[in-house]
Design a binder for this molecule. Structure first.
Ligand code: MLT
Length: 409
């Protein structure tokens, strides 16, 4: 008899964004004439930057010729992309990395979900609340939690991120081994300063803990004094892994390319207390289970780091930030308290009501999809997230409809 991994039985019925998609599809089937505007999942809508598309085409042409064709590439990514990432994303911020500390992948979702495989089942895990659900669900699947009770999994340490602490959680009160942080934050859109980030690195060093730092939205930071990488904090290379992605940065949600930095200094311990290089474990895991990203996609990604690519990416993110500013202004003028949208494509809105009820109201009365805050954790109850990833025209139409529907202008 094949028996199941019963930890799956603890999970909520479906993944947050699948659940929303099902509800929206059901509503659309019942209201075929309604034009629905999706400001729910953070999925980009604008074309790939010209620099990336040209490189993509050239690489496809190479694949069409025996002389330039490529079969399997290096499991951890081509040198040309690893080098472009180090010199494009880290050197300008004063962070020195070796190209082989960059692991190219097909998504920050996959990497942030898979990384926990490297740790013991009894690892004590701390997650922010609200939080990107992948961090939680993958630890549930791995058996690091007990049951779901009263909106939380027993066995996880929740780090509350609320208006009271400006959405920057306090350090855990108890010892934990693995800490997930995400800045610019998904879902609240908040950003952390270097002074606020430093104590986390110090905590991890003091407790031999590890930080999994998700920087998927780094391109949206507009204040140069804010940290773009956790490695800008002294000592972080010993205790932090960083996830980055071209999805939101360069419009790659459908093209798939991301990367994870695992510095060689970063250590993990066996049950005898002996240190091992985390880099070697992730290398072993990835080269066993993954065959990297296709050659044309890696060439397209490389082009994102060229001077033209950089400029085009900045234009893209500026466009979406323009949408975020409109969303924040409109919701504020309707009387809703908002945060985010300044260094992030997400605006976090206090609904003063149950967040799924607000989701239904927006869908039914305005034909607009948001993400209910409760889907990101207990502290998200009473909030919704609006995403700026859509055309300007759709965002303006959505905001007009929301204003008409909610009628608090
Ligand atoms: C989100 O909307 O939070 C993200 O797009 C989901 C993801 O990146 O997987």
């Amino acid at each position: 008899m094949i028996t199941m991994n019963e930890h799956y039985l603890k999970l909520q019925a479906s993944y947050l964004f699948s659940d929303i998609a099902k509800r929206v599809n059901a509503y659309q089937a019942d209201h075929p004439d309604q034009t629905i505007i999706r400001l729910g999942i953070g999925d980009v809508t604008r074309a790939l930057p010209e620099a990336c598309i040209s490189a993509f085409h050239r690489a496809v042409d190479e694949m069409a010729d025996d002389a330039t064709f490529r079969g399997y590439g290096p499991e951890l990514g081509y040198d040309f992309l690893q080098e472009a990432i180090v010199s494009g994303d880290f050197q300008p911020r004063g962070v020195t990395l070796r190209p082989d500390e960059v692991f190219v992948s097909d998504g920050a979702k996959c990497d942030s979900g898979n990384f926990q495989e490297l740790f013991a089942p009894d690892t004590r895990v701390a997650v922010p609340d609200p939080v990107y659900p992948v961090y939680v669900d993958t630890n549930v699947m791995a058996g690091r939690t007990a049951a779901w009770r009263d909106g939380r999994y027993e066995g996880l340490v929740y780090l509350e991120s609320t208006a009271d602490n400006q959405y920057i959680p306090a350090l855990p009160q108890e010892a934990v081994d693995l800490i997930y942080l995400c800045f610019p934050n998904n879902p609240t859109g908040s950003m952390i300063t270097a002074d606020q980030l430093r104590p986390w690195v110090d905590y991890a060093r003091e407790h031999n803990a590890l930080i999994l730092y998700d920087a998927a939205y780094v391109e949206f930071i507009r204040d140069n004094s804010l940290p773009q990488s956790i490695y800008e904090i002294d000592g972080a290379k010993e205790v932090a892994v960083e996830f980055r992605s071209l999805s939101k940065t360069a419009g790659f949600t459908g093209t798939r390319c991301a990367y994870t930095i695992v510095p060689r200094e970063c250590q993990v311990y066996d049950s005898q207390g002996n240190a091992h290089a985390l880099h070697d474990l992730w290398d072993r895991r990835q080269s066993t289970k993954f065959n990297s990203v296709s050659y044309p996609v890696q060439r397209a990604a490389e082009a994102a780091f060229s001077p033209e690519g950089r400029k085009q990416i900045r234009e893209l993110s500026t466009y979406y930030l323009g949408n975020a500013a409109l969303i924040r202004a409109a919701m504020t003028s309707l009387g809703y308290a908002c945060v985010g949208g300044e260094h992030s494509p997400y605006v976090w809105i206090k609904t003063n009501t149950d967040s799924w009820e607000f989701f239904d109201r927006l869908l039914q009365k305005a034909g607009v999809v948001c993400t209910p805050g409760a889907g990101f954790g207990k502290c998200g109850e009473g909030y919704v997230r609006l995403s700026a990833f859509n055309s300007r025209e759709n965002v303006e139409t959505a905001l007009q409809r929301v204003s008409d529907a909610l009628g608090r202008a």
